[in-house]
Ligand binder design. Structure first.
Ligand code: PBG
Length: 281
């Protein structure tokens, strides 16, 4: 991925390379994101509901390679839609409730494929409760829901959008469903709603410019909080190191800031590197 030095997309036949590295490093879970061929994208994100899509096949394959590594899957339509949005566009707006109908189906398909943690990153309102319901109804009692509860409309996502091929498709921003970075209270409210609807843990995203949000959520709710050290944070730091503006040890320093703020888990493109360099026993 051009904007993310050291990070690669993997085809299914080469998944073993990254899964064995993660397994060796005792990483408890991997989050997978698809790059969908543009010929399979449409305005409804239909490919998201294909039981044979690349994400479902990747889950099967990862479980074959290491049945003990957890698999986290995004629930959102953006990799699959021709417009690059996480939801359906109806009358020039993202339609929350129509989108939820599809997200629920997507979540069930991921559960059936063997995903361990369902991670709705779409930011529609009410989807956690609906997804919890459908999982219960289908007897998926042990699947956990990681809600991207505090997800900001951020400028730090650009490299990710390049990676999943959505940046050139996006015609308007995601501010109608992702949060305004000027707000704190809204994040706390979103967390409360998602926990009430049945989320097992919550995500704060991005992480580095949002340490206060991690801290406040942890203090107020005392639930497991995940920090998502997003693509733009990775690229800025990597490029800073590359151009000798910073020493490599800046990576561990940043990772510890998430832990200090109260994160119980860290999702990071630095994961393998940090463990191999500093934390392997
Ligand atoms: C979208 C999604 C995004 C990321 C994860 N899921 C980007 C977005 O909201 O546009 C970003 C991750 C990153 O930047 O590392 N459902």
């Amino acid at each position: 991925i051009n904007s993310m030095p050291g990070i690669f997309r993997y085809s299914l036949d080469r998944l073993d390379e990254i899964i064995s590295r993660a397994s060796k490093n005792q990483i408890p879970a991997v989050a997978i994101f698809p790059l969908i061929d543009s010929s399979k994208k449409d305005n409804k994100g239909t490919e998201a509901l294909n039981k044979n899509n690349v994400v479902c096949n990747a889950i099967h394959q990862i479980k074959k390679l290491n049945k003990n590594i957890g698999v986290i899957c995004d629930v959102a339509l953006d990799p699959y839609t021709s417009h690059g949005h996480d939801g359906l566009i109806i009358k020039n707006e993202i339609d929350n409730d129509e989108t939820n109908k599809i997200l629920v189906k997507q979540a069930l398909i991921l559960a059936q494929a063997g995903c361990d943690i369902i991670a709705p990153s779409d930011m529609m309102d009410g989807r956690i409760g609906l997804i919890r319901n459908v999982l219960e109804k289908n007897k998926f009692f042990n699947i956990q829901i990681l809600s991207y509860a505090a997800k900001y409309a951020s400028n730090f996502y650009s490299p990710f959008r390049e990676a999943v091929g959505t940046s050139s498709n996006l015609k308007f921003d995601k501010k109608s469903y992702q949060m305004d970075y000027k707000n704190t209270e809204e994040a706390l409210l979103e967390v409360k709603l998602d926990l009430d609807e049945g989320a097992d843990f919550v995500m704060v995203k991005p992480a580095l410019a949002y340490l206060d949000i991690i801290y406040k959520i942890k203090k107020k709710f005392n639930v497991p909080v995940f920090a998502y050290n997003v693509s733009g944070e990775y690229s800025l730091i990597k490029n800073g190191i590359k151009s000798s503006l910073a020493n490599e040890d800046i990576i561990l320093e940043v990772i510890y800031s998430f832990k200090r703020a109260g994160a119980n888990a860290i999702v990071s493109y630095f994961a393998n590197e940090v463990i191999e360099k500093y934390l392997s026993r």
